[in-house]
Write a protein that binds this ligand. Structure first.
Ligand code: GLP
Length: 243
């Protein structure tokens, strides 16, 4: 628990930097980083960019896999997760574009896209560290309430609550919010060697409480981290209101 969002973001960014450095990645053995979108990781990305510019960390031998992407939103739409990631992180660091993986929500065959994504993660040697945020309903990636804890990368229909919350990015117009997404599964996340979730603000307080003080429950999919051998939740004071 850190005092505020800035402190929590700084902790997570420095933790990721330490893990990458300790791993000492090379072209033959890159560090594989799983990444989320949303407002929660923005501070982390900002600090990682600053540290890269200060020469503290290199992303030359880092391979990334993003958690999810909307279905049917053009790749260059300002709210696509492709646009988000390039705008806030990838464009500002020395990552090789071939090392960036984001699900293609416009693939002709979405099921095949999901199977291929899992295969690419496997071929990369699995994910070393998966950074995550959560939704107000406790979802991890787009694993909405009710998702199987054994789920893998797949097509998911978004919960009404998620569509409502995300409408702020689409002129508050529910019609414009994509209703479906591609997402890594709960099991995909759990297979990462380490999972770090950043949880900020009072609007996440109920989800945090349900996910760590109650049992593992597919209605609050972040609670699956209780099954993971190396999970870490970094939150600010506001997110602890219900603990
Ligand atoms: C979306 C993403 C999640 C993210 C969540 C929370 O639903 N698919 O991965 O955790 O938004 O976003 P925010 O951090 O803006 O609250």
């Amino acid at each position: 628990i850190r005092d505020d969002a800035a402190e929590a973001s700084s902790y997570v960014a420095n933790y990721i930097i330490d893990r990458i450095k300790h791993f000492n990645p090379s072209p033959a053995s890159p560090f594989v980083l799983g990444l989320p979108t949303g407002s929660s990781p923005l501070g982390v990305y900002r600090i990682l960019v600053e540290k890269y510019k200060a020469g503290v960390i290199s992303f030359e031998n880092v391979v990334t896999f993003n958690m999810d992407e909307y279905i049917g939103l053009p790749r260059d739409h300002p709210e696509s997760y492709h646009s988000f990631m390039w705008k806030h992180f990838f464009s500002h660091v020395n990552i090789h574009p071939n090392n960036v993986h984001i699900l293609n929500g416009n693939a002709a065959n979405l099921e095949a896209e999901c199977v291929e994504y899992e295969a690419k993660i496997k071929a990369a040697g699995g994910i070393d560290l998966f950074l995550a945020g959560i939704g107000e309903d406790g979802h991890i990636a787009f694993n909405e309430p009710g998702s199987s804890l054994a789920s893998r990368t797949r097509v998911k229909t978004l919960a009404y609550d998620t569509i409502l919350v995300n409408s702020r990015f689409f002129n508050n117009d529910l019609e414009q919010v994509p209703k479906m997404a591609l997402t890594v599964g709960v099991q995909t996340v759990l297979e990462a060697r380490e999972v770090v979730a950043i949880i900020l603000g009072a609007r996440k307080a109920l989800a945090l409480q349900r996910c760590i003080e109650q049992g593992v429950n597919h209605m609050w999919t972040l609670s699956s981290l209780q099954l993971h051998p190396h999970p870490m939740i970094v939150c600010d004071e506001d997110a602890t209101l219900e603990l």
